[in-house]
Ligand binder design. Structure first.
Ligand code: ASP
Length: 329
């Protein structure tokens, strides 16, 4: 057989088997894995677990499981998905870190624009500024005074360089012109445990992690990071940071779903349809809204718009990060 003919046969066979794999996706005997690049029990994990449950039915009953691949502000788990087989069985759920990592890390083993297929935005989540339960301050004004009195001694937790808590903390330190000692965790689940235990002073974290701790009075809450107050009953009395005295402060965290680059289009279409069905699932909406999140229903639930949105966010946060002069190797 001539080499060129042989190659053509191999290519045709590969196309047929890929086509068949796409048609059969998801196979009855396989589960879909969503990689979460932060610790189990934290806010990103919570969104992923609710989504996994809601996607099971639209994926024909296929089980959707979570793999917490943690560390380095989500860059470890994100890299894992960039290298995964592009067959639809390994996905990534990550947040705003997809737009901060390109400016924060001098070296990344993946390219956010080129190494992923974009499946859609899941939700937008506000953040809250919280403190250890024995913090003497009872409102933001008192907290600002306490921070000023304790300059050089204040500890602020985060989930690593590039995490939402890191970004929020960075903006907060810049806004009040006070440097704090930052303590990096593998997610804000372990960070909030240490906050409750009094090992750290402050944390800025998504309401999906902080609402129940605020309700249970396990932490003290001072403000929300959005431009408007929230409607969630237990959070509605919290002022915005801007109202409390930190002008122009606004951070909202979004989460998106991704597949490795090269995943066949028919599989991407099935995954996007399953994701969109999950976003309309009343149970999913109820759970997310109860934690202060707003489930996406705008054009960003379409892959092309998701990608455009992330590109705009990369530019927006790149400016903030460059001005702050923070980098990691
Ligand atoms: N909330 C974390 C962050 O700061 C991530 C997490 O633990 O889910 O980005």
């Amino acid at each position: 057989m001539k080499t060129s003919f042989k190659l053509a046969c191999v290519a045709a066979a590969a196309a047929v088997s890929f086509g068949a794999a796409a048609q059969d996706f998801p196979a009855a005997n396989r589960s879909v894995t969503i990689v979460v690049p932060f610790a189990a029990g934290g806010p990103t994990d919570r969104v992923a677990r609710d989504l996994a449950e809601a996607m099971r039915k639209p994926l024909g009953g296929t089980s959707v499981v979570i793999d917490n691949a943690v560390g380095a502000g989500s860059s470890i788990g994100t890299a894992k998905v960039a290298r995964a087989a592009p067959d639809g069985y390994t996905l990534l759920l990550n947040h705003i870190a997809m737009s901060t990592m390109p400016s924060l890390y001098r070296k990344l083993s993946f390219n956010v624009a080129n190494d992923f297929e974009y499946l859609g935005i899941i939700n937008d989540v506000p953040m809250t500024l919280i403190a250890r339960p024995n913090m003497p301050a009872n409102n933001y004004k008192e907290l600002a005074a306490w921070i000023a009195q304790n300059k050089g001694k204040v500890n602020l937790g985060n989930a690593g360089l590039g995490a939402a808590s890191h970004l929020c903390g960075l903006m907060f330190q810049n806004a009040i012109k006070t440097e704090m000692t930052t303590i990096a965790y593998k997610g804000t689940a372990p960070a909030i445990t240490d906050l409750i235990g009094g090992q750290i002073d402050l944390l800025c974290d998504q309401t999906t992690n902080t609402t129940s701790q605020i309700e249970g009075k396990k932490v003290k809450a001072y403000a929300v990071t959005t431009s408007k107050r929230l409607t969630t009953p237990s959070l509605k009395d919290l002022p915005t940071l801007a109202e409390a005295g930190v002008p122009n402060f606004e951070v909202t965290i979004w989460h998106g779903l991704y597949a490795p680059k090269g995943t066949p289009a028919p599989i991407l279409a099935k995954l996007n349809e399953a994701m969109k069905a999950a976003l309309k699932d009343p149970e999913f909406i109820k759970k997310q809204e109860g934690l202060g999140a707003v489930v996406a229903s705008d054009k960003r639930i379409e892959p092309a718009e998701h990608k455009k949105f992330v590109q705009a966010e990369i530019e927006k946060w790149g400016t903030v990060i460059k001005a702050a002069g923070t980098y990691a190797d």
